[in-house]
Write a protein that binds this ligand. Structure first.
Ligand code: PMP
Ligand code: GLU
Length: 405
């Protein structure tokens, strides 16, 4: 049967209610235009443009030769859970045992698992905005309610403790955020996380889902701080991380959580009925990554920092763009609302969705509208691309928006 209006309405309500991922949606459109022969520059999907370091690939090849071809334990191989527990201690100052660790098929899967495990229908998840597009949809799938709290541009897109306090109610189950942040690149430093943590400490039934997937892409001298290392909150913070960003392993699909045991057990139970243990070869590669040298990660971080400077400079040169300085991750997130209400004579730009689509069709540069991230005035531009591609793409954007009146 091909899809018609009638077959679409036969889909379960939970799927009809779900938004398509805007990051992946724009990437799909960019691929389609490229397949038609257009010279598309894709700055939509957030994905390292580096190859996975060689020692990690070698470990994967060895795992195949050594015969790791069967099902793995649902929560992950013991050596990987141990390597993750060691990593939590060494880099995050969090004491988790292997039994507190569950390995999943990407950090996306880890986040979705925890939300399914903790949120009952109608319960609230406070999401610090701007936020990664999938958070609100994962909450919807669990029949929870997102309560979005927005950090202002003036406060580097960060939410204050007073705002957080105001958002928490008797129905709040989780507070979730990413630091370093996708899409803004903002980082909540230790003092800020302690201040937010002090608010959460007052509400003993509230959990924290701390998404630290960009931990290793950090340009500050202060470095990374994990809310899970605050002793009073330890059992209430679920720390999510994964291999995708810091080790350039997006396609390997490996993420993990560290959590108090009953939550880890809940995630293992869910995973045991839905996906089982994640790919065995990727797990062995992850052991090599976590126990191995960090120089490749540091080199990638230095490249992202350099490109951040390049991109911020170029974007600030575009009239009307308001640009913060990302402290980590690999995105720029200019406020482009100056162009809303303008037209090139054919297309009217009423919001960031219109602008992103127009830029793709007009000059073949793929970005992502801020609307899906809870920040409708902004446009996300991935800086995980070569200097030449970034210069060319931002040049095209500058020329295009000059036509809007
Ligand atoms: N969290 C954030 C903030 C992300 O940007 C992403 C996108 N990669 C993920 C989680 C998911 O990562 P993974 O590829 O490991 O599923
Ligand atoms: N996290 C990346 C992004 O934001 C990957 C795409 C996705 O899974 O959303 O672009």
């Amino acid at each position: 049967m091909t899809a018609t209006n009638e077959t679409v309405s036969l889909l379960a309500e939970r799927i009809n209610a779900l938004e398509e991922s805007s990051t992946l949606g724009m990437t799909k459109k960019a691929r389609e235009l490229a397949a038609q022969g257009h010279k598309v520059i894709s700055l939509s999907v957030g994905e390292p443009d580096f190859k996975t370091p060689k020692h990690i690939c070698d470990a994967a090849k060895k795992a195949i030769d050594d015969g790791f071809h069967g099902y793995s334990p649902v929560a992950g191989f013991p050596d990987l859970r141990q390597a993750i527990a060691n990593k939590f201690k060494r880099e995050n100052n969090i004491d988790w045992k292997p039994e507190n660790v569950v390995v999943s098929t990407g950090a996306k899967h880890s986040l979705a698992n925890v939300i399914q495990v903790l949120v009952n229908p109608g319960e609230e998840v406070v999401i610090l905005a701007p936020y990664w597009v999938s958070y609100s949809e994962m909450v919807k799938l669990a029949e929870g309610r997102s309560v979005v709290v927005e950090g202002s541009f003036e406060n580097d897109f960060k939410v204050t403790p007073a705002q957080l306090e105001e958002a928490i109610t008797g129905r709040t189950r989780i507070v979730m955020f990413a630091s370093p942040n996708n899409p803004t690149g903002s980082i909540y430093n230790e003092a800020e996380l302690r201040a937010l943590g002090a608010v959460i400490a007052q509400h003993e039934d509230v959990f924290v889902l701390a998404d630290e997937i960009y931990e290793h892409i950090n340009f500050t001298t202060e470095g990374h701080f994990s809310m899970g290392s605050i002793p009073e909150l330890k059992d209430r913070v679920i720390t999510v991380n994964g291999m995708a960003k810091g080790f350039a392993m997006t396609g390997w699909r490996l993420g993990y959580i560290g959590a108090t045991k009953w939550i880890a057990d809940g995630v293992e139970k869910l995973q045991g009925q839905v996906t089982s243990g994640t790919n065995s070869i990727a797990q062995k590669a992850a052991v090599a990554a976590l126990n191995g040298p960090m120089e490749p990660t540091q080199e990638m971080n230095a490249a992202y920092a350099r490109r951040r400077d390049l991109v911020v400079g170029l974007l600030r040169d575009i009239p009307g763009f308001k640009v913060n300085v990302p402290q980590g991750a690999f995105y720029a997130f200019p406020d482009v609302s100056y162009y809303f209400g303008k037209t090139d004579g054919t297309t009217f730009i009423s919001n960031s969705d219109d602008l992103a689509l127009w830029l793709l069709n007009e000059v073949y540069v793929a970005t992502v509208a801020g609307s899906g991230f809870g920040a409708p005035n902004c446009l996300r531009i991935s800086t995980a691309a070569s200097d030449e591609a970034l210069v060319e793409a931002i040049g095209r954007i500058k020329t295009a928006v000059a036509k809007l009146n």
